[in-house]
Ligand binder design. Structure first.
Ligand code: ADP
Ligand code: MN
Ligand code: MN
Ligand code: MN
Length: 358
């Protein structure tokens, strides 16, 4: 019997790409191959030459259909098979290849807000729910809106074989979080996009939307982020705190480069209030949830571990965030060797640099 493959991809919507998908019936025993779609309907092509290519990059069991059915995460290619301009994955693949020897790992905390009828799910039609306080990791009654959707999504992620690590209710009513990790730059991004798709698809059955906005409710309500936890092999080994501080310093030199891909509307969310640091001021500190980057207490105690960049928005593109993080941190970690050699013998700079990149 044939099976169903749900091809998932990112469209060309600005400033934040949306998820798209369509179903392909595949003959028994066959694998999902490249497919096409109408790019003029997804902001990815003009009407006169609208074909774009879907290239499968990650597949997993489809937890919502039959046992043989699958989800197929795709990258978008041009008709000549070069990466489409909306294909942010290609750069992440390149960064992972270039800096693979640093063994970069990510764990991403994805926050989001359920919506219905133009307001957060479960909020009263007029006025506001009780102020923030009881919702974060709360339990009970009408205040925990959407838990049945969260439960269904968690189970779906596990059945799909995704590396989901946990979930929790967030500070604002109807805001929740799940975490995906610990994985390589490309894997964490592929899996996060599939987990996002599953959440939207499951919420659909409840007549609920998933809002990925960084600051869905203005005023004294928490925004939604995607804390990005990151480490390299050097950070995880004994004495790794030194590498973590060096990473923070390197990131501090590229504040705007990072902010540029940390998601639309970041200045509305990173105000300095609600456990955030101002978006245009960089800081890092141990156990500090008001800093741009937090060094977790466990990491400070052990003298090794990872860093948590608290700035990325819920609506960020993990491909872009992972790529800039790896480029900045691993790029800086590659640099000292180059400089030291350059000082002693400038003529040998190129070969030494090459060796460092093996
Ligand atoms: P909190 O809400 O306190 O910030 P969470 O438990 O929600 O913490 O998230 C912690 C994240 O840190 C997880 O996604 C996990 O994968 C990630 N993490 C743990 N160790 C590492 C590591 N060595 N490198 C990268 N990420 C890590
Ligand atoms: Mn968390
Ligand atoms: Mn959180
Ligand atoms: Mn966090």
């Amino acid at each position: 019997m044939p099976f169903q493959a749900e091809y998932i991809w990112l469209d060309g919507t600005q400033p934040t790409a949306k998820l798209r998908s369509k179903t392909r019936i595949i003959a028994d025993g066959k694998k999902p191959t490249v497919w096409g779609f109408d790019g003029s309907s997804t902001n990815q092509a003009d009407g006169h030459s609208s074909d774009c290519v879907l290239n499968p990059v990650f597949t997993c069991p489809d937890p919502l259909r039959g046992p043989k059915d699958i989800l197929v995460m795709c990258e978008v290619l041009n008709p000549d098979f070069t990466p489409h301009s909306t294909n942010t994955r290609a750069a992440t693949v390149a960064a992972e290849k270039k800096y693979g020897k640093f063994e970069p790992w990510f764990g991403i905390e994805q926050e989001y807000t359920f919506y219905q009828d133009g307001r957060p799910y479960g909020w009263p039609e007029v006025g506001f729910p009780a102020p923030q306080g009881p919702y974060y990791c709360g339990v009970g009654g009408a205040k925990m809106a959407g838990r049945d959707i969260v439960e269904a999504h968690t189970l779906a992620c596990i059945r799909a074989g995704l590396s989901i690590e946990g979930t929790n209710a967030e500070v604002m009513m109807s805001q929740w979080e799940f975490q995906i990790g610990i994985l390589s730059p490309v894997a964490v991004s592929d899996q996060l996009w599939v987990a996002r798709w599953l959440l939207e698809r499951i919420a659909e059955d409840y007549g609920v939307d998933v809002n990925w906005d960084a600051k869905p409710m203005k005023g004294d309500w928490n925004g939604a982020g995607a804390h990005t936890n990151f480490s390299t092999k050097a950070m995880r080994e004994a004495g790794g705190l030194k590498a973590i501080h060096a990473a923070c310093e390197a990131i501090g030199k590229k504040v705007m480069e990072h902010i540029a891909v940390y998601g639309h509307g970041i200045e509305e969310r990173l105000t300095g209030k609600h456990e955030t640091a101002p978006w245009n001021k960089f800081s890092y500190g141990t156990s500090d949830r008001g800093a741009s980057i937090r060094i977790p207490l466990q990491t400070a105690r052990d003298g090794k571990g990872w860093l948590e960049d608290r700035r990325p928005n819920a609506n960020m593109d993990p491909y872009a965030v992972a790529a800039v993080m790896v480029e900045t941190v691993c790029g800086a970690a590659s640099a000292p060797a180059k400089k030291a050699v350059a000082k002693k013998a400038p003529a040998k700079k190129a070969p030494a640099n090459k060796a460092a990149h093996k």
